[in-house]
Structures are given as structure tokens and as C-alpha cells.
Ligand binder design. Structure first.
Ligand code: UDP
Ligand code: MG
Length: 342
């Protein structure tokens, strides 16, 4: 099931006493966090691996931040960035990647749907010279059928329209070498469809299959409407086919219109004039208005995104940080894409 490059070129130097940064976006997850920490300890028990646990609190409204602040005070591995409001998981990942200090970074969900026992195997592959090691969901039985089918459709549609290949059934769960993280930080766009960006930057990558278990505690934060918008964001960030297709749709319709006009002229010459035609006229007018509005809507999707890019607002605002930064400057405006390791 490996689908990365198979040749093993000379090993790249990896630090002996490496630090691995977990990047953990959390939104109202006070129930799941204790399970998560236990799972981390279990996965790395006896390995001596140095870890950084970088939680990004994406505007939680329950006790998540209080819990995390307490944990950060007690455990030197734990760091917490807290957003001023909910900016979305993609922004949380971006913030985490920008602030991670490790030799490699691993974005994970806190609900243990990304099995942590796989991470030591990610690290093994990374030591062998791979820059990106991603998890491939071997089965998606834990997702409900609607989400499963819509996800499959989305991957198909995306790969059809875009030059960037998204590997099927991969999420954000992966290990990224610090060079890859630095490359990601150079992408200036505000629309951050992380799956697509991960695929776009390239580097030597390998996939490891895993079974995705059900959520350990709490509830999923994704609603169908949010997922739909996420899919739209993915396609519009990585393909201009939906914009260009209208040239061809227009050309085909114009061709049919021309043929039909020629037919009417001929028929009138041969058979004389007849008047009926209101229903067909109506149908054609409605069809064409529909097509025009639809294409305008698609242009609007792109225009809206351009507008967002043009405003150059930061991707997120960090309101609090634990342990507190050496120079307190709250609330700190994180420039959208700070350079992590300079
Ligand atoms: N999450 C977040 N911001 C959001 C939505 C989700 O930080 O706006 C976090 C959430 O706390 C979890 C991860 O992203 O750690 C995945 O979310 P969830 O399990 O709800 O998604 P699913 O696994 O159902 O796709
Ligand atoms: Mg989940």
C-alpha cells in the first residue's frame, strides 16, 4: 500500500536527539484532552523521544483553555496558543506549524481518530530519509455513509479538476520534516486548504495505511454545510477549470443556437410562416438565464476569494499563549505566515 517513491536515496541527516512537535487544534475538547495525553504517553513509553505538544485552542467556549493552561504549567512539553475566536481548523494548523520548534511536526486530531501509535513508525520512515510521511485511511467505517461517499466523490472531483494530486483518503495526519514546514510557511495565501497545500509542496513522501477509529469523546465539529464550503474552498484554491469551462459551454450553446436559427429560416422558406413557439421560447430563455446565473455564481466564488486575499488580513489572532511569551505583547497580531525556524 506504499505509494510514495520507492527508491531509497542516501539518508538525509536527522538529528539524533530529535524533537517531534505535535500540532493539536482543539475546539471545545475538554473531554478528549486527558485521553489524548494518556495516548501520547502510551505511544512513546520507553522510546526516550523528545516531544513538544503544541495545542492550538481555536476559540473554545468550554473549559478547554483553562484545562490546557493548567497542563502547560505542570508539563514542560505542553505549549498552548489560544485564538481570540474560532478561526477554523486550517488556521489553527497554520498557526501550529508556524510556532512549532521541532525537527519534525505532526498535526493530529485530539479525538484520537489519528492513532498515535502510528507516529513512532512515521518517525522511523522520516529517519530513513522521507520528508513527509502521511497516514492513509485503510477504511472509513467510523464515518457515517454520507460523509464517506461525499468524501470519495470529492477526491475524485478534485483530482479530475486540479493538477495537484490529492492522495485518496489522506487527512491532515502526517509527519512533516522542518524543511517542509518552512516551505509551507512560504505560501502566502489566506485560503489555506491544507490537504492541497501539503500535496502541492512535494518532497519525498510515503503513505502508511491505518484504520481510523471512532471519536474517543465529544462530538464532531463538522456540519454538512461546513464540509460543503470546505470542498468548495479546496476546488477553487487549486483549480480554475470551473471558471474556464463556461467558454466551452457558451460555444456549444451558441453552435446549437446557430443551427436552430438556420433550421427556422429554412423551414419558414419552405413551409411558410407559423406562429406557435411560446413554450419552446420560454424553455430556451429560462435555460440560458439559468446557465448565465450559474456561471456568474462561479465567477463570484473566485472573486470572493480574490477579495479575501486582497485584504491581506492575518489568518488568525493569538490572544493568549502558555507558557507566556518572554516579551508580553497581548493581544499579539500574528502575521499570517511568520517564518518558523529562523
Ligand atoms: N477543530 C478545530 N476547529 C474547528 C473544527 C475542529 O480546531 O473549527 C479541531 C477539533 O477540535 C479536532 C479536529 O479539529 O481536534 C478534528 O475535528 P473533528 O473531530 O470534529 O472532525 P472529524 O474528525 O469529524 O472530521
Ligand atoms: Mg474527529
Amino acid at each position: 500500500m506504499y505509494d510514495g517513491p520507492q527508491d531509497r536515496r542516501p539518508l538525509r541527516e536527522r538529528p539524533v536527539d530529535s524533537l517531534i512537535s505535535f500540532i493539536i487544534p482543539v475546539l471545545d475538547e475538554e473531554e478528549a484532552i486527558p485521553h489524548f495525553l494518556r495516548a501520547v504517553d502510551l505511544a512513546f513509553a520507553g522510546t526516550g523521544q523528545r516531544l513538544e505538544l503544541l495545542f492550538v485552542d481555536d476559540g473554545s467556549t468550554d473549559g478547554t483553555l483553562t484545562l490546557l493552561a493548567g497542563l502547560a504549567a505542570a508539563d514542560p512539553r505542553i505549549r498552548v496558543l489560544s485564538f481570540s475566536r474560532n478561526f477554523g481548523k486550517e488556521a489553527a494548523l497554520t498557526a501550529g506549524l508556524a510556532h512549532a520548534r521541532g525537527d519534525a511536526a505532526v498535526p493530529v486530531d485530539v479525538d484520537l481518530q489519528d492513532p498515535l501509535e502510528l507516529v513512532p513508525r512515521f518517525v522511523e520512515q522520516w529517519r530513513l530519509g522521507y520528508d513527509v510521511v502521511y497516514g492513509v485511511r485503510a477504511d472509513r467505517r467510523s464515518d457515517n455513509p454520507l460523509k464517506r461517499h461525499s468524501a470519495r466523490l470529492f477526491y475524485r472531483f478534485f483530482n479530475l479538476l486540479s493538477d495537484t494530486r490529492l492522495p485518496q483518503d489522506t487527512g491532515d495526519f502526517r509527519l512533516l520534516d522542518r524543511r517542509v514546514v518552512a516551505a509551507l510557511a512560504q505560501l502566502p495565501e489566506r485560503e489555506r486548504f491544507m490537504k492541497g497545500l501539503f500535496a502541492w509542496i512535494g518532497f519525498r513522501a510515503i503513505g502508511l495505511p491505518f484504520e481510523r477509529p471512532a471519536r474517543v469523546a465529544g462530538r464532531t465539529k463538522w456540519r454538512p454545510w461546513k464540509l460543503w464550503n470546505f470542498a468548495l474552498q479546496g476546488v477553487t484554491s487549486f483549480s480554475t477549470v470551473p471558471l474556464r469551462v463556461w467558454t466551452y459551454v457558451g460555444a456549444v450553446i451558441a453552435l446549437f443556437a446557430f443551427l436552430y436559427a438556420a433550421f427556422i429560416v429554412l423551414r419558414t422558406l419552405v413551409l411558410g410562416i407559423d406562429l406557435p413557439g411560446y413554450p419552446s421560447l420560454m424553455a430556451v430563455v429560462l435555460f440560458l438565464s439559468g446557465v448565465q446565473i450559474l456561471s456568474l455564481g462561479i465567477i463570484g466564488e473566485y472573486l470572493g476569494r480574490l477579495f479575501k486575499e486582497a485584504k491581506q488580513r492575518p489568518l488568525y489572532i493569538i490572544a493568549e499563549e502558555y507558557p507566556p511569551p518572554a516579551v508580553p505583547d497581548a493581544p499579539r497580531l500574528a502575521a499570517g505566515v511568520p517564518q518558523p525556524w529562523t
